[in-house]
Write a protein that binds this ligand. Structure first.
Ligand SMILES: Cc1cc2nc3c(=O)[nH]c(=O)nc-3n(C[C@H](O)[C@H](O)[C@H](O)COP(=O)(O)OP(=O)(O)OC[C@H]3O[C@@H](n4cnc5c(N)ncnc54)[C@H](O)[C@@H]3O)c2cc1C
Length: 397
């Protein structure tokens, strides 16, 4: 056994999931919940230790393509019923999600309103005076109207991941934190085992949920995924006394998002549409650098002038894993049996992890999921069918 790792415990499994972020935890949870059998979840570090644990964990529904909208709608329902559907209290705070629309994005805003309503979601179009009433600390220069999702909010990403894992243990989920997968064995075109730092686990089902390292895992099978990584930073500011209430706010005009973080802090980051801040996943400085701090503070203080006098509480940086259309890659690979991809969440993978995990478990069990994951299939780029959205390229809408 390698020093410092935990024993694998079992040498055979009905499924092995590689990666203990929200995506791996979700896939493993829903497979076990469905009675798939013994599901081993390998995590080389700690659960939610990479992108997931650093997520702003905003749960909202304003997506402009059908599959993402349906998944986000399902995610909202899951977080609203987290004890039954996600294994426990995920710290979901339904404080509302407010999108600020300026003149330039008027048409995109109308599209969002129309498509959310078409999908049965309750959204409100707020005149500027109503936005001011809802979120008194905001300066509303340049805002034409607001779009409010009253049921949306944010959750606790680490608690969500841990709940998913803990709740599924009685159904057969075996988490192995501190144990890295090192290879996948094939017999012909069938996955037959996962090699780990601590021995080999025989299995016929492998889920690649390795997040930033999913390309490396795919390469073990000769697969070449086109992935990029962006270093994503958030900063924290003390909430001034008498500041007033705020929902989650997204401002695509100034390109900033912000939300309360508990009772006494505000968290903020650069908003969509985003530039990529290229980074090597194996060499990502976890600190907030001064230049990025300034880039976030500029639009943040423009929207919330009172924060410019507030105490800066630091910040951090983590990783986005980005596919060529900024949407996840999910599903089987043609020509390979028993291997499933599940990665590339960009900036929306936290909320989408649970509903995709649920649907992928159906696919793995040979059933038809309620939400068809085919638009996320790995081959969509070769087929010339990447996903599109209302905000244009390099975005999260
Ligand atoms: C700053 C920031 C803010 C964000 N805000 C939001 C938001 O508001 N809303 C939202 O929905 N999304 C948000 N996201 C995006 C979301 O957090 C990610 O899309 C999501 O967490 C990705 O989950 P994952 O499980 O794919 O990856 P990860 O959480 O990175 O998990 C992958 C795991 O795989 C493990 N692993 C890799 N290789 C191996 C191996 N060989 N063996 C074993 N384990 C391995 C890693 O150690 C890691 O723990 C944000 C992301 C960041 C960085």
């Amino acid at each position: 056994m390698t020093a410092g790792t935990k024993p694998v415990g079992t040498k055979t499994a009905d499924a092995v999931v590689i990666g203990g972020g929200i995506m791996g935890a979700s896939a493993a949870h829903f497979l076990a919940r469905r009675g798939f059998g013994r599901v081993v979840l390998l995590e080389k570090g700690r659960l939610a230790g990479v992108s997931t644990g650093h997520s702003a964990a905003i749960v909202r529904t304003y997506y402009s393509n059908s599959i993402t909208l349906e998944l986000a709608k399902r995610a909202l329902h899951m977080f609203e019923n987290d004890r039954d559907l996600l294994g426990g209290d995920c710290g979901f705070r339904p404080i509302g999600f407010l999108l600020l629309i300026g003149e330039r994005l008027r048409a995109a805003g109308e599209h969002i309103l129309e498509s959310e309503r078409r999908h049965g979601l309750h959204v409100e179009r707020l005149a500027v005076e109503n936005v001011a009433e809802l979120a008194p600390p905001l300066s509303l220069d340049g805002v034409s109207y607001g779009i409010l999702e009253p049921r949306s909010g944010y959750a606790d990403p680490t608690r969500t991941t841990e709940n998913l894992v803990a709740a599924a243990r009685p159904w057969g989920l075996e988490p192995r934190a501190g144990v890295a997968a090192t290879g996948i064995r094939l017999h012909g075109n069938q996955a037959v085992a996962v090699e780990t730092e601590d021995g080999t686990i025989s299995t016929n089902v492998v889920v690649n949920a390795a997040g930033p390292w999913a390309g490396q895992v795919g390469a073990w099978l000769g697969l070449r995924y086109s992935l990029r990584w962006s270093r994503e930073s958030d900063l924290l500011v003390e909430k001034p006394a008498d500041f007033g209430e705020l929902p989650v706010v997204s401002d695509p005009g100034l390109r900033v998002y912000l939300r309360p973080c508990g009772e006494d802090r505000i968290i903020a980051g650069l908003g969509a549409p985003k530039d990529i801040e290229p980074v090597d996943p194996d060499d990502c400085d976890p600190g907030l650098d001064p230049e990025m701090r300034e880039r976030i503070e500029r639009p943040l203080f423009e929207r919330l002038p009172a924060l410019s006098r507030a105490r800066h509480l630091g910040g951090y940086a983590s990783l986005y894993t980005i596919t060529d259309d900024w949407h996840p890659i999910v599903g089987p690979e043609p020509g390979l049996e028993g291997y499933y991809a599940f990665f590339g969440g960009s900036g929306h993978g936290f909320k989408l992890g649970p509903p995709i995990g649920e649907a992928l478990a159906d696919v793995i069990c040979g059933e038809t999921p309620e939400i068809d994951l085919a638009p996320f299939r790995p081959g969509r780029f070769i087929d010339g069918e990447p996903l599109t959205s209302a905000w244009g390229e390099g975005n999260r809408g």
